[in-house]
Design a protein around this ligand. Structure first.
Ligand code: NAD
Length: 447
């Protein structure tokens, strides 16, 4: 059932794809790869993805409206998600023809070359926070590389992935090449049992289960998991620019982003001033139903809200101070947690809500140590005008993506994205994602 978290209204029924149906979908995908010979020509795939980009753009308002109903996120953020979806499709449509092999010089008696071949049928399991955008992020490079895709969206947000697959067929993506399997964990688990390559985007807990299932079949896997990403704010930073961007890096999608800037490390000499500025920004946030386009919509579910409240309570009982965090229904005020110690859960674990944990640091080395003190390593922001320090800190922080004097930069479709440690492995976005959906074959020919 699709539920609007802003109102609690059910607005669509969703089928539960059974394990048997998943197996049939995989068979259909294999058949499509076998019979759709034209699809093996890169230009044909490129043009279909480019047409799909235009179809998505043509119904941008309707898609944004659906996304906001399904997830509760503010309308302008859904519009940005649709724009990012168009960009993924354009970017991979434009990159397909650049997948090339190499010739390897090995002497006069043989010719050696490599081919980049698709895996076959890719199974992709995604979460509920950016359903449309993450569908495009995963499916576009996989299709571009010549694979078939079966994608399982979250049971909490499946509407826009279904619509994208309908539009793909209209754009000329052959039937069977992009299929959506709606359902719960059982559907996802069944998918992992049959496909040639798995991409899992979601929590570390589920990621570990998917990795175990892949290991028994020796199926290749990319894991794009959660984060506890820090913004590192040095005293020489431009606070007028840094603080609004840091606040936005947390509050985007009500903190329900894998890349949320959920830890703030502040050089001690500007700690008090920075905290005051964050509190003022949090106080000015407009909260309301997604369709009214506030700054902050509801959390997606009771489960998500209860998790955030429980973690705030635990922090309080361990001696932390909390400003904000009041809630009604699924709407929650942003919360700033101070008097934090690095070992506290609130500093170590993903909340996935509008909760920021702040801590002062003394010098560059201390800042890097604090940034690296969690098991995650997805994204980090570094705020300083000292060029040498910016590069040193970027080199020192263990994360897949570092931003200096910025954060997130509007989706960053072209920028390789992924994590280290508990944030997973493999890279989505950019050329890296495209190459990740291929495997290399070496051909040696006696002359
Ligand atoms: P989740 O792990 O609960 O679920 C993710 C998906 O896995 C859903 O589609 C779910 O139905 C499916 N699933 C559940 N159990 C399964 C099983 N045993 N086998 C196969 N599939 C199964 O995550 P969530 O609550 O939907 O999303 C929140 C998490 O996603 C957060 O941790 C967030 O950081 C992460 N996330 C990461 C990225 C990234 O790119 N790194 C992007 C968005 C979200």
């Amino acid at each position: 059932m699709a539920i609007d978290p802003s109102t609690g209204h059910e607005f669509a029924e969703l089928p539960e794809t059974s394990p048997e149906q998943v197996a049939e979908m995989v068979e259909d995908a294999r058949r499509a790869l076998e019979v759709e010979r034209d699809w093996r020509t890169p230009l044909v795939r490129s043009r279909a993805l480019a047409r799909l980009a235009r179809l998505v753009d043509g119904e941008a308002d309707a898609l944004a409206d659906l996304e906001t109903r399904d997830t509760g996120k503010p309308l302008s953020q859904s519009r940005a998600d649709v724009a990012a979806t168009v960009r993924y499709l354009e970017y991979y449509a434009g990159s397909i023809e650049r997948i090339e092999g190499r010739t390897i010089p090995i002497g006069p008696d043989a010719l050696d070359y490599t081919l980049r071949e698709p895996w076959g049928v890719c199974g992709q399991i995604i979460p509920w926070n950016y359903p449309l955008q993450v569908t495009a992020r995963c499916a576009a490079p996989a299709l571009a590389a010549g694979n078939a895709v079966i994608l399982k969206p979250s049971e909490l947000a499946s509407i826009t992935p279904l619509r994208l697959a309908e539009l793909a067929e209209r754009a000329g993506v052959p039937r069977g090449m992009l299929q959506i399997a709606t359902g719960h964990a059982e559907t996802g688990a069944a998918l992992v049992e049959h496909v040639d390559h798995v991409t899992f985007v979601g929590s570390a807990e589920t990621g570990a289960k998917v990795a175990a299932a892949c290991a028994t079949r020796l199926a290749p896997l990319d894991l794009e998991l959660g984060g506890k990403s820090p913004n590192v704010l040095f005293a020489d930073a431009d606070l007028d620019k840094a603080v609004p961007a840091i606040v936005q890096s947390l509050l985007q999608n009500a903190g329900q982003s894998c890349s949320a800037g959920s830890r703030l490390l502040i050089e001690r000499s500007i700690y008090e001033e920075s905290i005051e500025r964050v509190v003022t920004s949090f106080g000015a946030v407009r909260i309301g139903p997604g369709l009214e386009d506030p700054d902050l919509g509801p959390l997606i579910s009771q489960k998500q809200l209860q998790r955030a409240l429980r973690m705030l309570e635990a922090a309080r009982s361990e001696g932390a101070s909390i400003q904000g965090g009041e809630h009604s229904d699924l709407f929650m005020q942003p919360a700033l947690v101070t008097d934090v110690r690095p070992e506290m859960e609130i500093f170590q674990e993903e909340v996935f809500g509008p909760v920021l944990a702040a801590l002062p640091f003394d010098d560059e080395r201390h800042a890097i140590a604090l940034a690296n003190s969690t098991a995650y390593g997805l994204v980090a922001g570094v705020w300083t005008h000292d060029l040498g320090r910016a590069h040193r800190v970027a080199a020192g922080i263990r994360a897949g993506q570092i931003f200096v004097n910025g954060y997130g930069v509007g989706g960053g479709v072209e920028l390789p994205f992924g994590g280290t440690g508990r944030s997973g492995y493999g890279r989505g976005k950019g050329v890296e994602a495209l190459l990740g959906y291929t495997q290399t074959k070496n051909v040696w020919v006696a002359l």
